[in-house]
Ligand binder design. Sequence first.
Ligand SMILES: [Zn+2]
Length: 291
Amino acid sequence: MRREDLLLAATSVNPGLDRAAHLRIDLTALAAYPSKTLEVASGAVRTHDGLLHLTDASPQLDAVIFLGLDTAGVAYFAKSGEGDFTSLREVVSQFSAFERLLAAHAVALMNWHESHPHCPRCGSPTVMSSAGNARLCEKDQRELYPRTDSAVIVLVKDVDDRILLGRQASWPEGRYSTFAGFVEPGESFESAVEREVLEECGIVSEQINYLGSQPWPFPASIMVAFEAIAKDPSQALADGVEIERVEWFSRAQFKEATDSGRLVLPPSISIARRMIEGWYGEVLTGGEAWR
Ligand SMILES: [Zn+2]
């Protein structure tokens, strides 16, 4: 599988946006670029005919987030808006790689601004700074930077190349997926993989390999994908808390289960779906586009 096949927003290949961090503190230089602005509101974006709606009007630089420059030298901005917006989850599958990157970047940053109005040290209100890429406490001059929550997502396999999938009780009927959880303080990604897999499905992991990553701005995560080989596949057992059922699938069993509708795949925009498709060897149909 090519790494880029795994990505929502092509993190390992450059889809054409230079973040141009030096312009964040040079608004005079930034103002000289032609611009396009997208409007964002609480995890949603303004769209037009299924594509991102971008306006050409010169933005008020102290009220927008500078995202970067495209290869033609156009500056892209995001600003908070009101009106007819569509959830990013619903529309992202229709976007180009460039639009996905732009939208994920804008939504993740806006989510952070909306949820960090106060200084964590002194409680005073904070204001946007660095062209929307930081916030500043004007009382103690502390600069605050956006946070991203790391989560590992794991495709558990056995030596016979079967995969282990699990389902959560809250999911739509028949939905199975890979195993995932947040990285805890002081943990490496590999330790988080071992812990989450053991907790959720009772499997001891061997041969942990990195597959790729996907920004997941719902509201502020990055999904870091791995595969792990099960030391003893017969130990597979749902934790009964987060995961209610686990099941091993060979390719033939997987095909039969998806064809019959007994197994519903994770959403097409998700990295879990790409991981399963990477194992199966082809792009699969069915399941929802989003959620
Ligand atoms: Zn402060």
